[in-house]
Design a protein. Sequence first.
Length: 209
Amino acid sequence: MRLRKLGHCCLLLEEAGSRLLVDPGCFSAGFEGLTGLDGVLITHIHEDHLDAGRMGALLERNPDARVVCDEASAGPLAERGVTAQVVHAGDQLDLGVPIAVYGREHAVIHPDLPSVPNVGYLVANRFFYAGDAFTVPGIPVEVLAVPVGAPWMRMSEAVDWLRTLRPRVAVPVHDYGNVFAEMAYHLFERLTPSGTTVTVLDGQAPAEF
């Protein structure tokens, strides 16, 4: 498996000949220039995970890519002429590799704010990306995308989630503009469970797992 980070939460994943893009949002750079994509996976409607206005340029270069999203994201995509497959927890997909869908709602930011749907994706039974939630899939995870900071989380929650899932590799995400990102990386390295390696992607060269 090869992973390349394109900023914040946007990841290009290559596995068994399949090329998948995850959460192309407003804090991510360069994803419109990608080609050869089999699918685009979107976890939820927030702009840092879905920049709907840039999807047209991406799909012009990838007309055969299947767009997969949560219930709420389908509307903004449709307004821009993008047809998406809406998925829910328990769904199973095949985009050249098997994909299982987990989770239902975004983590709570504040009780006074409305919740939005949020789905996570287990790709090829190896890589898990939960979006903005600490979903526990209930099966072993080899490579895990771990959020660094957000209004909906505490660092202690991320560490506890990491210890619960105990992946072989933890890849920090959700870190755009976070002045504490380096501190968070070091905390993950200190507090990660035995057998887990923290791998920080720099946005340039991909990493293989």
